[in-house]
Write a protein that binds this ligand. Structure first.
Ligand SMILES: [Zn+2]
Length: 547
């Protein structure tokens, strides 16, 4: 970390953060004599667990760095005491927020009703509740203060790990999903990184360091500083979120030297966490799990999806929604996630509602266009097949459309596939026109799957985990369980994203490509018998953490 000038002095900022750690170390010496009392606090399992969520780290990049021996702490404290799961996949949409939830709830974003980092709730959007504060009710943008609503947006029927462990001490450190956690440490450091980031005075790598230091604080200090709401015993479960790698990947690209630097910084923080556990004599009774919410694919081309739909002749509402935009009438809403996937919500033709004075919205958004409506959709100058229009665009890889609860469609520029769901856990996939939009023809030739065959979710995961679109049939079916999913759900082509940003992003995610769906999963010192060659989903981490 280079030295910088602040307040007229040249200091090394990583060392400034570490000064906090040294202070904590002194405090911890006073705690040593009561450390043995901690053992009595374990409930259910004989292990505590710490889950470290590294935002946006690709499995191949992290595993490659482990092979090169560039990550000595992860090797020593995790790999040498555990298992590397080679084929772990996240969920669709592969984006921060919705892709955090599976670790902490064991559920897909669809049933949790959180289908994107941005979404629109058509059921709640009608003129009766339309007004300046309508955004509180019918749309969400977790890139910003909306992140505070994640806990209430997620279906309350599915308990979080914190709620499952309600009789124990649990801690959420910088993690946005905190429902039921006993101790919550909000990510104020992220705000500092946003404000001071351009000055390079406080970087995202410092946020990761602060996450590790906060965990140390939680573990070491306990009852000494009650006013800081520090638990009186080390938590039975802690979730620690480190956003640094994702930020470096968006800014410099997922394969860049900056990203590798951020991963090496995370390795340092893992070393710090391990040292805290060793000092407190908790190392052997603590399971550590490391994973990520998504990978990223390199991006160099930016397609403005909202602008495109405007040129077609639609009034488009797009995120981030401005106040003025919020007052106008609109025919379509575009919600992009991770910039590589998008939900498009379209008003149903003929479903106009009567607006009160000063309220401009006329469409009755509670009515959803059918598959037939989308194929013959009214725009200003006539009708158009919206599915064809979007799936023929060069930046679009696939368009997904739900026909009903059991049937979803997959369209590409030259093919049409159908995903069907039967009972609780049976899925089939068939190609009804042209080339296979998911590119599974090679699997069919090898005899691994057959078109139209019913397989359960584990069989789909095993068969497809090494393809360009791992686990796609199950992932497509689950996202449409959310009533907040779009009428068209888009996966962009590799190299493209769907929303311009300043500065332009060099890495994107959100979609179904292997680069964003495959995540590292390392399990150390756990009762769960993870196997290196058994494919898992990030949902399975929930069981690992509770084992
Ligand atoms: Zn993320």
């Amino acid at each position: 970390m280079p030295a910088r000038t602040i307040f007229g002095q040249r200091i090394n900022h990583t060392h400034a953060v570490e000064a906090v750690a040294h202070t904590l170390h002194v405090v911890s010496l006073a705690r040593r004599n009561i450390k043995f009392a901690f053992r009595d606090c374990l409930l259910g399992s004989d292990l505590r667990s710490i889950f470290v969520l590294i935002d946006g780290v690709r499995a191949d990049v992290l595993y490659g760095m482990l092979n090169e021996k560039s990550l000595p702490n992860i090797r020593k404290h995790i790999v040498e005491r555990g298992v590397i799961v080679r084929d772990a996949v996240t969920v669709f949409p592969s984006t921060t927020g919705p892709a955090h939830a599976p670790f902490l709830t064991g559920a897909f974003p669809g049933p949790l009703n959180m289908p994107g980092i941005r979404w629109f709730d058509r059921k709640r959007n009608n003129y009766q509740n339309y007004g300046p504060l309508a955004w509180l009710q019918f749309e969400r943008d977790y890139v910003g203060p909306g992140a505070f609503a994640m806990n209430t947006d997620m279906s309350g029927k599915i308990p979080t790990i914190f709620e499952r462990l309600k009789d124990s001490t649990t801690a959420a450190i910088f993690e946005p999903i905190t429902r039921g956690a006993k101790f919550i440490y909000p990510p104020l450091a992220n705000v500092m990184a946003k404000i001071f980031g351009p000055l390079r005075a406080f970087t995202w790598e410092h946020v990761d360091a602060l996450a590790a230091r906060t965990l140390e604080l939680v573990y070491r200090c306990s009852a000494l500083v009650k006013w800081m709401k520090i638990p009186s015993e080390p938590p039975v479960f802690s979730a620690v979120y480190m956003p640094g790698v994702d930020e470096a990947s968006h800014e410099h690209g997922p394969l860049s030297e900056n990203t590798r630097h951020a991963i090496k910084n995370v390795d340092k923080q893992i070393g710090h966490i391990a040292k805290t556990l060793i000092d407190l004599d908790l190392y052997d009774e603590t399971s550590i799990v490391i994973s990520s919410d998504h990978g990223l694919r390199p991006t160099s081309l930016h397609f403005d999806l909202s602008k495109f739909l405007t040129t077609v002749g639609l009034d488009v509402r797009t995120f981030p929604v401005t106040f003025l935009q919020g007052l106008g009438e609109f025919d379509a809403t575009v919600a992009v996630s991770g910039n590589g996937m998008a939900h498009i919500y379209l008003a149903k033709e003929g479903a106009e509602d009567i607006a009160y004075p000063f309220q401009y919205i006329k469409h009755d958004w509670s009515k959803k266009p059918s598959l037939g409506d989308l194929e013959n959709y009214r725009i200003r100058k006539g009708h158009v097949n919206m599915i064809d229009l979007v799936s023929q665009l060069l930046p679009i890889e696939q368009v997904f459309v739900s026909e009903n609860k059991a049937t979803s469609h997959v369209f590409s520029c030259n093919g049409h596939g159908v995903v069907k769901r039967k009972g609780r856990n049976n899925y089939s996939y068939d190609v009804v026109r042209g080339e296979d939009p998911l590119g599974y023809a090679a699997l069919v030739e090898e005899g691994k799957i057959a078109y139209g065959e019913w397989l359960d979710d584990r069989e789909w995961l095993s068969a497809t985990c090494k393809t360009e679109f791992p686990d796609a049939p199950v992932q497509i079916a689950q996202i449409f369980e959310s009533s907040r999913s779009g009428d068209l759900v888009l996966n962009s082509r590799s190299g493209w994203d769907l929303m311009p940003e300043i500065p332009p992003h060099k890495g994107s995610h959100g979609g179904l490509h292997a680069a964003e769906m495959k995540v590292p999963l390392l399990v150390a010192n756990s009762n769960y018998q993870a196997k290196p060659d058994q494919p898992l989903r990030t949902l399975d981490v929930f069981d690992i953490l509770l084992s």
